[in-house]
Write a protein that binds this ligand. Sequence first.
Ligand code: GLV
Length: 379
Amino acid sequence: MKTMTCIEDLRETAHRKVPRAFIDYAEAGSYAEQTLRANRADLERIKLRQRILCDVSARSTATTILGEPSALPLSLAPIGLCGMQHGDGEILACRAAQQAGIPFTLSTMSICSIEDVAAAVDKPFWFQLYVMKDRGFIRALIERAAAAKCSALVLTVDLQVLGQRHNDIRNGMTVPPELRIKNIIDIATKPAWALSVLRGKRKTFGNIAGHVSGMESVTVLSEWTASQFDPALNWKDVEWIKSLWPGKLILKGILDVEDARIAAKTGAAALVVSNHGGRQLDGAPSSISALPPIVDAVGSDIEVMFDGGIRSGQDLARALALGARSCMSGRAYIYGLGAAGQAGVARAIEIMRNELDVTMALMGVTKVADIDRHVIASL
Ligand code: GLV
């Protein structure tokens, strides 16, 4: 693992080990991928101030997220199909996050179910909710998350309708993989992946199969999403969800100041500035460019988290400098998962932790709370 020096090393390894359809799914942005690229480009444009000869001997990357201690200002974002990047991927990623002392978010569209993960880990995790037309199922899903003692519900508010990801169509992305000749040849060259997935608890969507009819076997994700997700979702439903969920609610997928103002009045504990990793509205602004006006408008009323292009500790510092209290990262840990299972996710977190620690030292900062707009050299 030591030779994995940065997230890019994990990414390259994951590309060698994971079948094309699944790594393409994780990498995809929607349509022309302009917003996907803008997320990274705009982060990289932010230059940090180098400060010298400050005593930085006593540094800490620790902080609190939603009032709970966290070793880093980082949580693992909800990602669908983790268990197709590596068998039992959700359990492995959750264990790595918990060992590193940061929150993990389980996606509704996970392979391992809420109950599978709860039985395999020691501490509570967050559960991400997609709202489908079948509200009885959604109520039951919320009850299952509460029964599993999930410590926050992350309601995704930017995916009522799915942005098209061209490669998913070209690859015929299904779960489990459709046995086309092209896929069989691809999987045959990835034996470690095949073994891990074969040994995994499940081969389809654990939260849904057996609960929603038509989900017992192979499905084309994009078609299923289009038929089941509820495009009528609106702010009244947020109230309904809040009335069902006894714990902390996080609204993920806010990019607009007006929406942030409404979100801050819902009683949610946090909002996540996010464009869904550039996978939804192509042409939307980068997440990092949307962050400062949202922080200015609602940062004192609601905890503002950031998601969108985080690949390093330097990126964590950039988002915190622009006002985020903490960040979510998805692809960075998915690369680790595809590269080396639990050890790979642990390495991804360790890489970003070490980078943040050194970055803080070189900026002359010793505490996460001191990473603010003063550490920016130019935008
Ligand atoms: C689902 O969250 C997706 O972006 O595919």
